[in-house]
Design a protein around this ligand. Structure first.
Ligand code: NAD
Length: 428
């Protein structure tokens, strides 16, 4: 699938269909689970700072809520498409299911580029999104969260609008809130740490000492930064990181063959995950093209930026040294590339397992909000590690006992749980 013809939803459906066939799912359940249960498409008018009014397209898609309220992020992206959001909503259903938390799958987005919007305009956009959906989302219906280019500040504006409309305090409406205002300690690092917990387990099973490994990472935003921090703490060495450069409108890879200084890089990275090129060069980093992160002689690849990054066209550029791919991003590997990597015996930790740490901690955030009692950071992180490790172990056991790849095993566990829920509820 080339970048031009790639359709994330078709990819998600293809993955689902293959597993449905494998587990012999009945027709009605297949039909129900291969598409979203509900979709909201709407417009948000915003009075811009220059006096003009701009109309933004926005979406919320609820794929399935048989196991609990829909759960999933809201993205701000100029190239967002409804099919990408559909796919992401579906992947959220499988993600919540594979880590066995009582939530379903949803996703939302606004087609916009926050780089070009002022704070006030972004606030209007957040409040407008909630005004359009106030009756269709909520702590018992659908719980949004941050995602690409959205953050705790956006979540709080959304919560404030929701509480204004409904006339009460509903901290469980949205997760990823600032700590002290209903947010959970540990949420910021949860997704990236979760990636490394499952990576750590995979390396143990493969008898590889993490201290002898090197990694290359795509992205240096929320997920990638925290994955890099923990991976380095456990003794691994990150030698390449690629990210977007908004001035040059292209991506670059920053490389240091003897290991990048993760903390130093953090100090020159903006809130969108863009590393300041000139300062990185001053630090002695080599500057390579954006897709060079994929071609490094490393043991581990962590795609943690965007979907559709490892494709049939570039998969052959992956070094034979690569043993593990931990998918931090959603949908970074296309099915045809996945097949080739499996034939090469690369151990892939699939996205909806590898990056489930974020939603797991969001679930903890909701639990804490409901109790109105907040845990210490160590308690959150420890619970996260336990949940991720046990999810990894369940998937690994099934994969080895049935001679499946990790992605198929994870899908089988996740889809079976959701299929069971829709059957038990009498929907099919
Ligand atoms: P983010 O916006 O914080 O960071 C995105 C990063 O990708 C930035 O460093 C940006 O520079 C980089 N990037 C953008 N285009 C690029 C390109 N062409 N080449 C290289 N780098 C590029 O986003 P995030 O929250 O870190 O999310 C990253 C991925 O992880 C997404 O797929 C998201 O859906 C997924 N994810 C995020 C969370 C979470 O909790 N944040 C949870 C689960 C999954």
């Amino acid at each position: 699938m080339s970048k031009e013809t790639y359709n994330a939803f078709q990819n998600a459906q293809l993955q689902f269909d293959q597993v449905a066939e494998k587990i012999g799912l009945d027709e009605a359940t297949r039909e129900l689970l291969r598409q979203p249960m509900r979709e909201y498409h709407f417009t948000i008018p915003v009075h811009m700072d220059d006096g003009s009014v701009k109309i933004f397209r926005a979406y919320r898609i609820q794929h399935n809520d048989a196991r609990g309220p829909a759960k999933g992020g809201i993205r701000f992206h100029p190239l967002e498409t409804v099919d990408t959001i559909r796919a992401l909503a579906m992947w959220m259903t499988w993600k919540c299911s594979v880590v066995d938390i009582p939530l379903g799958g949803g996703k939302g987005g606004i087609i916009c580029d926050p780089h070009n919007l002022t704070e006030r305009e972004q606030e209007q956009l957040c409040r407008g999104w909630v005004r359009q959906l106030a009756r269709n989302v909520g702590p018992c219906i659908d719980v949004p969260a941050p995602d690409v280019m959205t953050n705790a500040k956006h979540m709080l504006w959304m919560l404030d609008e929701y509480e204004t409309i409904h006339g009460g305090k509903y901290p469980g409406f949205i997760t990823g809130k600032p700590v002290g205002l209903g947010g959970s300690l540990g949420r910021k690092e949860a997704t990236g740490f979760g990636v490394v917990y499952v990576l750590r387990e995979a390396l143990k099973r493969l008898n590889i000492d993490i201290k002898n490994t090197t990694a290359s990472i795509q992205g240096y935003g929320n997920v990638a930064q925290h994955a890099a921090i923990l991976y380095e703490q456990l003794g691994g060495k990150v030698i390449a990181i690629s990210c977007w450069d908004n001035n040059d409108k292209t991506a670059y890879t920053f490389r240091k063959k003897d290991g990048l200084d993760i903390n130093a890089l953090l100090s020159i990275t903006d809130s969108y995950g863009c590393i300041a090129k000139d300062k990185a060069l001053d630090m002695g980093c080599e500057l390579l093209p954006g897709d060079a992160w994929l071609e490094q002689d490393v043991d581990i690849l962590i795609p943690a930026a965007l979907e559709n990054q490892i494709t049939a066209e570039n998969v052959d550029k992956i070094s034979p040294q690569v043993k593990v791919i931990a998918e931090g991003a959603n949908g970074p590997t296309t099915p045809d590339a996945d097949k080739i990597l499996n034939e090469r015996n690369v151990f892939i930790i699939p996205d909806f397992l590898a990056n489930a740490g974020g939603v797991t901690c969001s679930y903890f955030e909701q639990v804490q909000c409901n109790m109105n009692y907040f845990w210490e950071r160590d308690e959150v992180i420890e619970k996260l590690d336990t949940k991720m490790t046990s999810a990894f172990n369940a998937v690994y056991e099934l994969a080895t006992s049935k001679k499946l790849c990790m992605r198929d095993a994870a899908y089988i566990i996740a889809i079976n749980r959701v299929a069971q829920a829709v059957k038990s509820r009498g929907w099919v």
